[in-house]
Ligand binder design. Sequence first.
Ligand code: TYD
Length: 136
Amino acid sequence: MLSSEPHIINLPKILDERGNLSFIEEENHIPFKIERTYWIYDVPGGESRGGHAYSTLQEFIVALSGSFDVVLHDGIKEYRFQLNRSYYGLYIPKMMWRSLENFSTNSLALILADQHFNEGDYIRDFETFKKLKDEK
Ligand code: TYD
């Protein structure tokens, strides 16, 4: 799978009667080195997160608990992924408009990113995003 396309990555799953275990190794299960981890939680019903793209940042999102939808747009087409298990996640390349929607009660989104936080990498206007995509 080209890493310029968003795609689901299945993670190792160690089944155990005592409780299951999954894990992520940078540059092994995901195609980048992890520079930052953040998580989204306590999302009130009906709220959505995101609504922007990143110029250069790549991310990997896992629903550690509960479920939510990740809606992506590459400037031409929309992709929609429902994340609802902790043993797989969604790889999102740079230059993808994204929003996270339909959070279930008590859902927990874990996000791994390949860069430190940098507001300068955000594109927060969809028309600007589409123009930048057209120039590529
Ligand atoms: P933002 O990325 O817009 O949230 P989301 O896309 O998940 O809805 O970030 C919201 C605020 O949090 C914004 O003021 C920037 C800040 N922030 C950090 O300081 N560090 C981080 O790692 C992230 C992701 C956000």
